[in-house]
Write a protein that binds this ligand. Structure first.
Ligand code: FES
Length: 202
């Protein structure tokens, strides 16, 4: 579990690019009059996409104004959900699941690799700002534990060596292959098992 970190250095202002203004308008239109607050998550997601994957405080105020709701309401949402970053993250943002199924399958070996290769502390940028990492709660891929997410992709069935290879690639600005690192297709059983019948140790 990690605490939400808010950037010390903040831009004075924030405004959507023209195309995002249109997208925001469309999101708000999806909800009945007076219920525009429901668009808050979509708008925060748009902010993050526009702003290198993190949300400055000025953007929270901007979204509050767009939705005509109190700033604290937007602040609460942004600090509650782990997918919103309130401080800069690396070009490659590594999220390591350390919830129980991943933990008992070796998640802390992945954390150790991140500490050694990216940065000792989570939520801080690597020396060249190319990567950062954080611990997160279950990412819904428990059957392929242990796993981590890098930007929009999942990397699953990991061990220390595979994680090292993946992290080395991103530190060299190369895109690693997402998916299972034990050659499973999605979450299929290993050894081409298709049934539990007549198989010992199934
Ligand atoms: S516990 Fe790690 S993905 Fe669910």
């Amino acid at each position: 579990m990690s605490i939400k970190k808010i950037a010390k250095e903040q831009p004075e202002t924030f405004e959507f690019f023209e195309e995002n203004k249109l997208l925001a308008k469309n999101e708000i239109k999806k909800y009945p009059k007076g219920k525009q607050a429901s668009a808050v998550i979509s708008l925060l997601y748009l902010v993050q996409k526009q702003n290198d994957n993190w949300i400055p405080l000025a953007a929270l105020k901007y979204v509050a104004k767009l939705l005509d709701i109190p700033y604290t309401q937007v602040y609460e949402v942004s600090t509650f959900y782990s997918m919103f970053n309130l401080s800069p993250v690396g070009k490659y943002f590594v999220q390591v699941c350390t919830t129980t199924p991943c933990m008992i399958r070796g998640a802390y070996k992945i954390v150790d690799v991140c500490k050694e290769k990216i940065c000792e502390n989570q939520k801080e940028l690597s020396k060249d700002n190319i990567a950062s990492w954080t611990e997160v709660e279950c990412l819904g891929a428990c059957v392929n534990a242990p796993m981590m997410q890098i930007n929009d992709d999942y990397f699953e069935d990991l061990d220390k060596e595979k994680t090292e290879e993946i992290i080395e690639m991103i530190l060299n600005d190369k895109q690693p292959k997402p998916g299972s690192y034990r050659n499973r297709k999605s979450a299929e059983p290993e050894n081409k098992r298709t049934t539990l019948l007549n198989i010992k140790n199934a």
